[in-house]
Structures are given as C-alpha cells and as structure tokens.
Design a binder for this molecule. Structure first.
Ligand code: RP5
Length: 163
C-alpha cells in the first residue's frame, strides 16, 4: 500500500477482489500509488461516508469503486465526494452482472459515475491513469507507449495468423 495514494480502489466485499485486482495490477504497472479497501454501502454505511468525505483531503484524485448485485457503492460514494468515481459492475452468480451494471450506470442527473463494462476493472484502472495523465506529462508518455504496444501486439497477431 502506497504512502500517498492517488487512487483509491474500493469494493463492497472481499469477494469482489478476484475481479477488482485487475484495477490494482494496472495501476501498479503504471507506478501509480494506490490503496485498496473494502467499503460496503450497506454493511458499513458510516465507513463509506467517511471514506468518500475524507478522500480528496487525503490526496486521492480518483476513486475506483466495484460492487455486485444491488451495487450502490459507486453512486453513494460519488454523492459524498467531489472526486471522479469510476464504477466497476462486479458479476455475481445470478443475472450475469446485469443487476450490477444497471444499478451503477443509471445515476440521477448531477451525480456522475463513469461506469466501465461488467468485470471491466482493468479498464477502470486504465481510465484512472488517463485521468491522472491529463496533468502529468510523464504519465501521458507512458500511456502513449502502452497504446502503441497494444497496436503492435494486434499487428503481430495478424501477421502470425496469416503466416
Ligand atoms: C455486494 O454484495 C458486494 O459488492 C459483493 O459483490 C456482493 C456479495 O457480497 P458477499 O456476500 O460476497 O460479501 O455488496
């Protein structure tokens, strides 16, 4: 866990970690200091409010919040912080994550949550990196390199397919 985290990765339960770990891994790939916590909207509501209200003052710049089922964590956190919140719908046993997706994405006007795809924690991490890169030219360079590498990978696979 970093001393001065810029990104907070939170989730409603430790059972979300197998999905949410991908966000933490990509933040580590980009050397972005981050922290990881379990914060439940329903089971620890006061902890959730304290986390959201203190986040900006503690130096966080982005919050990634993942939850499954009645996934109220990202929206509730967004209501109690000025920071950008990225929501990750975690798929559970039933409904293929549609419940998680709809309960995160359908926010009321005025309280945005940037929702990624069901299980899309890696993209949530990458989106957080892009947000930070808007004011960090070194990180912008690294993102450009990452994208060039992605392109190269596709071209190599295409060449292999046709060889
Ligand atoms: C949600 O309930 C959590 O985000 C998790 O996805 C789901 C199930 O939690 P557990 O019963 O596994 O703790 O709040």
């Amino acid at each position: 866990m970093a001393d001065n985290p810029l990104v907070g990765v939170i989730m409603g339960s430790d059972s979300d970690w197998p999905v949410m770990e991908a966000a933490a891994l990509v933040l580590a790939e980009f050397d972005v200091p981050h922290e990881v916590s379990v914060v439940s909207a329903h089971r620890t509501p006061q902890r959730m409010l304290d986390y959201a209200r203190d986040a900006a003052g503690r130096g966080l710049r982005v919050i990634i919040a993942g939850a499954g089922g009645a996934a109220h964590l990202p929206g509730m956190v967004a209501s109690a912080t000025v920071l950008p919140v990225i929501g990750v719908p975690v798929p559970l046993k039933h409904l293929d994550g549609m419940d998680s997706l709809l309960s995160i994405v359908q926010m009321p006007a005025g309280v945005p949550v940037a929702t990624v795809s069901v299980g899309g924690a890696r993209n949530a991490g990458l989106l957080a990196v892009r947000m930070l890169a808007a004011t960090d030219s070194a990180l912008r360079e690294r993102m450009a390199t990452f994208q060039a590498d992605l392109e190269q990978l596709v071209l190599e696979k295409d060449a292999a397919l046709r060889s």
